[in-house]
Design a protein around this ligand. Structure first.
Ligand SMILES: [Zn+2]
Length: 318
């Protein structure tokens, strides 16, 4: 278990570099505008509308509840908008960190030409954006991701993106955060990063709570990486609606085994129905519901601080 008590280093936010110790409470896997329904044959899912009038009050409520930082992992092809994120940071006083990369096969923008470029060429594009700003702006990403897989395996294109992400992570020092749902595919992602020489401590395997298997979590930890429970408060499927007691048990089990330094918590808001304006949990589910459940299960305040303040600061800092 880590004994760190004060975050060190600096973090690239949409408003500039800030000391990691200033981030406060962090939601490390969120969206503030994302469209997942415009690809062919997807009819089941609408969007999180990038509407300032809707989003700013939701983010302000997170700030008022004690939030300090939010990481927006929306990528090109599903609605990344750097200047909108900067506007939200200025309007709310939150630190906002932006992601970079390409999401997963179904959402790779045609203009990225991922099937026609070398891995090094893709990595060069990521590094240029990390160093100088993305999408024609001077806004710089502070993390690589979320990148991931559509299915429980990596497609050939996804492997190329993972390799490019690994090379960009090595060149810039940024961490990588992944999308890996309902399967052990996070270990396959990790294998590619390891193959590229990435320090596993700089990798977060995301959506781990969608595959609630203790042995899978322990293998990620044994390999030296981090895992993230970031579907907290989500309610699209029966498992999500009813699975939170199991996730509380698994979190407590990992903490009891001394792995609190490897666990991150978030809510992955990605649909209008998750906003408080439409009856959802908004960005305050951790504060209002999940963290009280952890405390009731006997998780100490020091562990909650580690997971929500120290761990994300360590991941984001360079
Ligand atoms: Zn995801």
């Amino acid at each position: 278990m880590s004994t760190e008590r004060v975050p060190t280093g600096h973090v690239q936010t949409v408003g500039g570099r800030v000391p990691a110790a200033e981030l406060g409470f962090v939601l490390p896997h969120e969206h503030t505008g994302i469209q997942l329904w415009q690809i062919p044959d997807r009819w089941d899912y609408w969007e999180l509308t990038p509407d300032d009038g809707l989003l700013v009050p939701e983010l302000a409520a997170y700030r008022a509840a004690g939030g300090g930082t939010l990481v927006d992992l929306t990528l090109p092809g599903v609605g990344r908008d750097p200047l909108r994120l900067r506007r939200y940071a200025e309007a709310t006083g939150l630190h906002i960190v932006m992601g970079t990369g390409w999401y997963r096969t179904a959402y790779y923008p045609a203009e990225a030409l991922i099937d026609r470029r070398s891995v090094d060429d893709l990595a060069d594009e990521l590094v240029a954006g990390i160093d100088g700003g993305v999408d024609g702006t001077d806004v710089r990403p502070g993390i690589i991701g979320e990148i991931g897989t559509d299915k429980p395996w990596l497609t050939a294109l996804e492997e190329r993106v993972h390799r490019a992400a690994g090379r960009a992570a090595r060149r810039t020092g940024l961490a990588i955060t992944t999308h890996s749902v309902m399967s052990p595919v996070g270990l396959a992602q990790l294998r590619v990063f390891e193959d590229e020489g990435v320090d596993p401590a700089r990798v977060v395997i995301g959506h781990a709570d969608s595959y609630p298997v203790l042995e899978h979590y322990l293998e990620i930890i044994r390999r030296g990486a981090n895992l993230e429970f970031d579907f907290l408060g989500m309610s699209f499927t029966p498992m999500e609606r009813h699975g939170e007691p199991r996730i509380v048990d698994l979190a407590r089990e990992l903490i009891d085994r001394g792995h609190v330094d490897r666990l991150l918590l978030s809510q992955d808001v990605c649909h209008n129905s998750q906003l408080t304006a439409y009856g959802g949990n908004g960005y305050v589910h951790l504060f209002e519901t999940f963290l009280p459940r952890l405390r009731a299960a006997g998780v100490p305040e020091s562990a909650i601080h580690q997971m929500t303040v120290l761990n994300p600061a360590r991941i984001l800092a360079t």
